[in-house]
Design a protein around this ligand. Structure first.
Ligand code: DQA
Length: 148
């Protein structure tokens, strides 16, 4: 059975209390619960990781290559400027999909750029928790050999 890793970057541990107008009222634990359920009904397994620290995220991205079939990542604000996270994603051979809860193009101009998206398979934005589910489906589809 395919196993995917969902990585959430800085401040995403604050979901539920943090700017609910952008990120909604549900918590990171709620997201993980929903995705675990989703994985069950979609014949795959999902592991979760969150950190506020750039280097720890980079180590996790590196490790994921040996342990998982694909990665869903929301790099938080690192999306907009971390060349180090971009290089970590580019260094692994398993597919990575970038997700953002909010529509980054409808917000401040500094959020419009993603330095990480160009080294991912694709980016899903603005759909809240549903975006993570779509990303899992896209990874399943991808490793199943379609759209390679
Ligand atoms: C975010 C968007 C980023 O601009 C922001 O810094 C976040 C969350 C999102 O999921 O919408 O931390 O990645």
């Amino acid at each position: 059975m395919s196993e995917f890793l969902v990585i959430n970057g800085p401040n995403l541990n604050r979901l539920g209390v943090r700017e609910p107008n952008h990120y909604g009222a549900k918590t990171l634990i709620d997201l993980e619960k929903e995705l675990r359920q989703f994985a069950k009904s979609n014949q795959c397994q999902i592991a979760f990781f969150q950190s506020n620290v750039e280097g720890i995220l980079i180590d996790k991205i590196h490790e994921s290559e040996e342990l998982f079939d694909g990665v869903v990542i929301n790099p938080g604000a690192y999306t907009h400027y971390s060349i180090a996270i971009r290089d970590a994603i580019a260094s692994i051979s398993i597919p990575v999909i970038e997700v953002h809860l909010s529509n980054i193009h409808a917000r401040e101009e500094f959020r419009h750029q993603s330095v990480t998206a160009p080294v991912t398979v694709g980016q899903i934005i603005g759909l809240g928790f549903y975006g993570y589910k779509l990303a899992v489906l896209a990874l399943k589809n991808r490793i199943g050999g379609v759209n390679k």
